[in-house]
Design a protein around this ligand. Structure first.
Ligand SMILES: *[C@@H]1O[C@H](CO)[C@@H](O)[C@H](O)[C@H]1NC(C)=O
Ligand SMILES: *[C@@H]1O[C@H](CO)[C@@H](O)[C@H](O)[C@H]1NC(C)=O
Ligand SMILES: *[C@@H]1O[C@H](CO)[C@@H](O)[C@H](O)[C@H]1NC(C)=O
Ligand SMILES: *[C@@H]1O[C@H](CO)[C@@H](O)[C@H](O)[C@H]1NC(C)=O
Length: 179
């Protein structure tokens, strides 16, 4: 193929992809599940609509075996086809190390920035208190999201698994659509 032709094919492909890329985010649900009720339990976990322009997300988890000194978090992104399938990201981080040095994981630093100003998960281990994410504005998350997520339209799920001392203690799933 001639190089002019290649450029043309690439341009057409590019325009096609851009047309299919989501530019608006709608958060549809959040689900929190404790996998060990003697270790942790969710006091609340919800998306709330105050009015058309103000929607927020809040989570509070009670911790029963404090202080907690070893935490790992796995985050995977899934996209819905017929059922949710892994999509692009599946990463695990040592939360204690990460909170001590946020530069150690750019992906987690990005996700942490979405809620850290509204949370007491803003220091490194140990955790000797309940964890709270308080009224993170969906408008704020949307703005951060659409600027950096050039993903195709569709329904997505963030699945996060929270391990303490190597055991999975809780699952937090956040569902959203790009359109
Ligand atoms: C929505 O609610 C927020 C918080 O109560 C308020 O500041 C804002 O003015 C409201 N917006 C509209 C359009 O009512
Ligand atoms: C992410 O990777 C881990 C480890 O390989 C695996 O156990 C887990 O099922 C994966 N998560 C998803 C949602 O595919
Ligand atoms: C958090 O708040 C500080 C101080 O108000 C601000 O400078 C910073 O940009 C905020 N960070 C994020 C990720 O919103
Ligand atoms: C962490 O968040 C708590 C509660 O929002 C706040 O009181 C505290 O000053 C914050 N600490 C740091 C290091 O930002």
């Amino acid at each position: 193929m001639s190089s002019t032709c290649m450029v043309l094919v690439q341009l057409i492909l590019f325009l096609y992809l851009v047309g299919e890329i989501g530019s608006k985010v709608e958060f549809t649900n959040i689900k929190c599940t404790s996998l060990d009720k003697e270790f942790d339990n969710f006091e609340y976990c919800h998306l709330k609509s105050v009015n058309r322009s103000y929607k927020y997300l809040s989570v509070k988890v009670n911790l029963y075996k404090i202080p907690i000194t070893k935490v790992k978090v796995n985050i995977a992104l899934l996209k819905r086809y017929s059922g949710y399938k892994p999509f692009l990201y599946n990463v695990t981080v040592d939360a204690c190390k990460f909170l001590g040095n946020r530069k150690s994981s750019p992906v987690f630093a990005y996700l942490h920035d979405l809620f850290r100003n509204h949370s007491n998960m803003n220091h490194t281990c140990p955790f000797d208190h309940d964890l709270v994410v308080d009224k993170v504005s969906i408008g704020f998350i949307n703005k951060q999201f659409t600027e950096v997520l050039p993903f195709p339209h569709g329904d997505y799920q963030f699945e996060s698994n929270w391990f303490a001392y190597g055991i999975n203690r809780a699952v937090v799933n956040v569902y959203f659509s790009l359109f």
